[in-house]
Design a protein around this ligand. Sequence first.
Ligand code: HEC
Length: 102
Amino acid sequence: MRSGIAWVGGMVLLVACAGSSVTPAMVTAAQKRWPDASREGLERGQAIFASKCKDCHALPSPKAHAAEAWPAIVGKMGKLAGLDAASAESVLRYVTAAREGE
Ligand code: HEC
C-alpha cells in the first residue's frame, strides 16, 4: 500500500519534470523577439498557462500552433480565461519560447 502511493508520487514528479522547465534555449528564443524577456518572466507565463488554460480543454501543446497563430489565440483565450494584458503577454512569450527553444 505504501509503495503504491510512493509510485504514484514518482509518476507525478516525472510528468512535472518532463514537460515543464524553462530552459536557457527558451530564454534565448524569447529574447530574439522580446529583448527584455527573462527566465522569471517565462516561468510566470508558464505558471499562468499551466493553471488557466486547461479548465475548458486539455492544456494545448505550444507546438500545436505556428508562432504567428499564437498571438490571436492568446488574445481570444486570454479573455476567456480572464487574464489581464500583462498575464496574457506572459503566456504568449512562454508558448512562443516553448515551441522554439525546447
Ligand atoms: C472559458 C473556457 C476556456 C478557457 C479558460 C480557455 N479556453 Fe482555449 N478554447 C476554448 C474553446 C471553447 C475553444 C474552441 C473554440 C474556439 O476556438 O473558440 C478553445 C480552443 C483553444 C485552442 C484551439 C484553437 C484553434 O484555433 O484550434 C487553443 C490553442 C486554446 N484554446 C488555447 C487556450 C489557452 C492558451 C488558454 C489560456 C490562456 C485557454 N485556451 C483557455 C475555451 C477556453
